[in-house]
Design a protein around this ligand. Structure first.
Ligand code: BGC
Length: 399
């Protein structure tokens, strides 16, 4: 296959997460966190993009752009509002989304856990609870029973390493803890929960690839930072990449490069190009992490998330092109890469940073919820339709 082209069955999609787009996810730990003054959250998720009601409009958009897949998450807090009490209405809601994806020619990629917990689970200790793997397993069993026959690809836990890091070491996500021991306990719980969820999915109806999605970065040590770098690589990436043996794929999610000095991560070099998130602009991270994930765990790779927060959509187009060039180079080298999901479909609720970070290929009016595709949406759709990268960056008119 020529460099710059993608196989016929390659998945091109956009990714979303329930709490970030559905709205009114009031029974979750994040909702409570957003409404706690000390949390530092900029906004309440509120009505988000109202995708709980407008989900078919979202699917229609994805289809009209020319993408062939849609990644979304099922919200545990809605499916199991109280321990052991499952909501047929919520399960049916997600069943209709899965079915409609098929009607629209979209492969549904379903994430079972994307950052949020039901409040009852958080109150019982969340990922520190000895019950967590069994609870996630039981929830997954119900979801698999309801929608498994329609799932195209399943992701168990979205970025378990970030949930552990941000929630238990850096203290910026719920439950806002900073404690290395607790971080390690939670990291182990992530891996056992993943295994329980894989088993539950495989025991249910339907046969589809199952995997974990991991946040990865292009990590580097600067002088004296070798120990910090090695530690970060081990705890945030390798411990997970070693634990996914037997899965069907690894989901790679990546946004930037991180450099480590003797005291931990160091600032981006003066003058380096930054995104609105303050990250280094580094679409090359995709090629780096895909190669690394494939080499370390040996599984087929799906880029389940990458993207950029930018006001200038031309930067998004540039990011997508460079990222996809990296994927195409990996494929040309024989690495089994099966899909690419841009984060994200809609400008949405970016956790602690609220509505300040436009990652979407589609803008969403905060008052009317009108969806307004950006040029990058058409651009990604064109690549998806043709399965070919166009002329190199810069050759296309910027808008
Ligand atoms: C998460 C998303 C988040 C995105 C951009 C990923 O780590 O899965 O929920 O919005 O990064 O920060």
């Amino acid at each position: 296959m020529a460099t710059g082209t993608f196989p016929d069955n390659f998945l091109f999609g956009a990714a979303t997460a329930a709490h970030q787009i559905e709205g009114s996810n009031t029974n979750s730990d994040w909702w409570a966190f957003e409404h706690t003054a000390s949390s530092g959250c900029r906004d309440s998720s509120g009505d988000a993009c109202d995708s709980w009601h407008r989900w078919d409009e979202d699917l229609a958009l994805v289809q009209s752009l020319g993408l062939n897949s849609y990644r979304f998450s099922v919200e545990w807090a809605r499916v199991e509002p109280a321990p052991g009490e499952f909501s047929p209405v919520a399960l049916d809601h997600y069943r209709r989304i899965v079915q409609r994806c098929h009607d629209r020619g979209l492969v549904p990629v379903v994430t079972l856990h994307h950052f949020t917990l039901p409040t009852w689970m958080a109150e019982r200790g969340g990922f520190e609870s000895p019950e967590i793997a069994a609870r996630l397993g039981a929830y997954t069993e119900r979801v698999a029973g309801a929608i498994g026959d329609g799932i195209g690809l399943a992701c168990t836990i979205n970025e378990p390493n970030i949930v552990a890091l941000m929630g238990y070491l850096l203290g910026v996500f719920p439950p806002a803890v900073r404690d290395r021991k607790r971080f390690e306990v939670v990291s182990d719980a992530m891996r056992s929960s993943h295994r329980a969820m894989v088993e539950a999915l495989r025991a249910g109806p339907g046969r589809y690839p199952v995997g974990l999605t991991l946040s990865m970065a292009e990590m580097e040590a600067i002088e004296g930072g070798e120990a910090q770098y090695a530690q970060a690589l081990e705890h945030l990436e390798d411990a997970y990449l070693r634990a996914v043996g037997g899965d069907d794929f690894i989901g790679v999610q990546c946004y930037t490069r991180l450099r480590f000095g003797p005291d931990g991560p160091v600032d981006i070099p003066e003058g380096a190009r930054r995104t609105l998130m303050g990250y280094e602009f580094r679409p090359e991270v995709v090629e780096h992490t895909v190669r690394r994930a494939a080499a370390v765990c040996g599984l087929p790779v799906v880029v389940t998330e990458t993207g950029i927060s930018a006001d200038d959509d031309a930067e998004r187009i540039e990011f997508i092109d460079t990222a996809l060039r990296g994927v195409a180079a990996c494929i040309a080298d024989g690495i089994d890469v099966r899909g690419f999901y841009y984060w994200t479909l809609l400008d949405n609720f970016e956790w602690v940073l609220g509505y300040s970070q436009p990652f979407g290929i589609v803008a969403c009016d905060r008052a009317t919820f009108e969806r307004m595709p950006k040029p990058s949406a058409t651009h990604l759709g064109r690549i998806a339709r043709s399965r070919e990268l166009g002329s190199p960056v810069g050759a296309e008119p910027r808008q």
